[in-house]
Design a protein around this ligand. Sequence first.
Ligand code: SAH
Length: 417
Amino acid sequence: MTIAPAELLAHIPPPSGRRLALRVTPAAQRALRQGHPWLFEQAITDQREPGRPGDLAVIFDDQRRFLAIGLYDPTSVIRVRILHHGAPAAINQAWFAAQLTAAAARRADLPTQGTTGYRLVHGENDGLPGLVIDRYDAILVLKVYTAAWIPHLPTLLAALAEVMTAQGVVLRLSREMRRQPALLYGLEDAMTLAGDLPNPAVRFTENGLCFEADVLRGQKTGFFFDQRENRAAVAGLAAGRRTLNVFAYTGGFSLYAASGGAPEVLSLDISAPALAAAVRNFELNQHLPAVAAATHTVLAADAFDALAALRERRQRFDLVIVDPPALAKQEREIEGAVRAYQRLTRLSVDVLAPAGTLVMASCSSRVSAADFFAAVEQAAAEVDRPLHIFARSGHALDHPIAFAEGAYLKCLFAAVR
Ligand code: SAH
């Protein structure tokens, strides 16, 4: 655990005082007028001088009217991430504080529902593009996806301190950013930026269930908050059902299934550390009679191989949950991802008992909800286990959707004959 020394933050060069003026294509002007948060590199038609990561870029239309202001990143094809549309704005501590306050207000109900772990800032969808802040009870995890945020971090931290209460603030860097140490001024992934982090295994609650997440080494920021509502729906479907949770990670869906009355739950994931955390999360909830009564087993294996092996052994489940990682991150991966979803569907219905329930999710933003649902339905029909989809859903409310690309999660709930 490294604590970022105060001098480190003090030595990050502040954002340059001058603003980069940009002119852009008519299509980009239209998109920005409609509130789109990204300006792509190829949409820039006029730029007089080069810019550095974090410079504020002001975008004008053909009549030289102000369109938007945003964070410039010369290392990304998303050259500007828009902070503010329509009218000029001063981007300073007060502005950041206002965005953070608005984001917190949108989630104000969650703690009253037994949820102290949730997404506080969901990037572009909360007006702070390229930035995610997850709250794990008293710990805030700040995940940064563009170097453009680095010069603004001291101001952002000051705004956070002004409007949020937290014991510690931890920095996590996207894979892309970890590859650009020259732009980080000594900052590193998993550094504590403010306050302290007594233990990297941070406890929080979600709908009254207790969880622990490793905020320094865990995937994303440690937990997948976006599935909270889908996990709650699974609890409602699990009574008396033998349950298989494929791509279980730290056992979120598994624990909800047990709390909802599943007598047996098998958590399957390729990551042994994630499954060890799943076991731990069950231990943390033994005070709940349904969880204490459930038999939880873990299996560390490749999902495709393990599902085929379960089928061969004629093991059957009444409820199967399949929540794979993003399978298409780029355009050219879409077809392969759709085929993988179909293969997973066939393998899953093969281990599903008659009249079982399939819950299947996709977080690949490049695969549309319609294409995903259709692909899964088709694959099940082809092996003569047609689906009756009784619910379709997306993100939890702390993952608002402000633009088309922001809608990445889709989930179907189906009865299978
Ligand atoms: N359902 C989880 C989140 C799943 S994240 C939740 O609600 O918290 C995706 C998971 O898939 C990760 O834990 C990762 O370890 C796992 N994974 C990736 N590839 C895999 C594979 N081939 N077989 C099994 N698990 C895999």
